[in-house]
Design a protein around this ligand. Sequence first.
Ligand code: GTP
Ligand code: MG
Length: 340
Amino acid sequence: MAEEEKKECEYSSTTKKKFEFLEDLPGIGPATAQKLKELGYHTVESLAMATARELEPVGISEKKAFAIIEAARSSIGISFIRADELLKMRQNVLRLTSGSKALDRILDGGLETQTITEFYGEYGSGKSQICHQLCVNVQLPPERGGLNGAALYVDTENTFRTERIVQMSRHLGLDPTEVVKNIIYAEAYTSDHQIFLLENADQVIKENNVKLIIVDSLTAHFRSEYIGREMLASRQQRLNKHMHKLIGLARAFNAVAVVTNQVMAKPDVFFGDAVHPIGGHIVGHTSHTRLYLRRAAHGPVRIARLVSSPYLPEGEEIFKITENGIEDVSEEEKTKSRGR
Ligand code: GTP
Ligand code: MG
């Protein structure tokens, strides 16, 4: 069968047009495709998540923008849907294990795809260690809590350590040389660079079957670059756009998105937690699941509290960081620490 005919058949049998490349979409010629790529849209999936306004800067008219975004959406099957179909979409949500059963338990089975999970806490609370562990776990098969996928690690503080990945992989019986090949690493030097990296990540994600996107730390650059009250509004606006992009990628590729965030002391709080995560409400509203990590009094034990989630109750669990990575605290250890 000729290529054209085959395409025709596919369309008529499903009535839904499936396009692999931007250039295949109706209304997109080479010049428009080039413009879209300049904006960071290299794939049909990421274009489907764009808004018409986002295509304005390269001179794509609103009318045309609507048409091509709609074509991209129908290509990947997003349009108005009934609630039962929404339920079906939710059923596509996959879960990634953190490495600790206790931590997975407060997350109702692990970190979800299609949304953002934020870990916030003080220095040394284990945020980056969890990110490392997730990069290994995502490569596991589903029966072991993984997603059979690769990881993308955007590192803003130069904390990523391959040696740590090797240790964690060995413990899980994985070949470290294979595991490190499936982690795509990018160091972001400034907040602009960090934004640029995500805006251009869609193709890398698609080509490498990335199922985990990490930004560690989400806020460090923003915090050091946008100083003072008068810069707060523009910082929040940039952060918001960045998070929006991240959600778009997580949805388009059914991937887990993870961001980390440090905390600031709240000088005016006398009761409860005297800290709050950087980035304030915008980060709070867009990250769907937030976990607060803190150190136990001593040793490798960490306390994780689920602070907000769209549907899960608040909960607290403990885990530990060891040579092997993120692990559960044994009953024996729990009893011992209670006795201290
Ligand atoms: P900031 O990025 O500075 O805000 O901190 P973080 O929350 O990212 O902390 P991180 O995840 O880097 O945790 C560091 C802690 O993990 C260390 O203080 C150690 O307690 C523990 N840790 C890191 N590497 C190892 C290791 O190889 N073996 C063991 N046993 N513990 C480790
Ligand atoms: Mg860190």
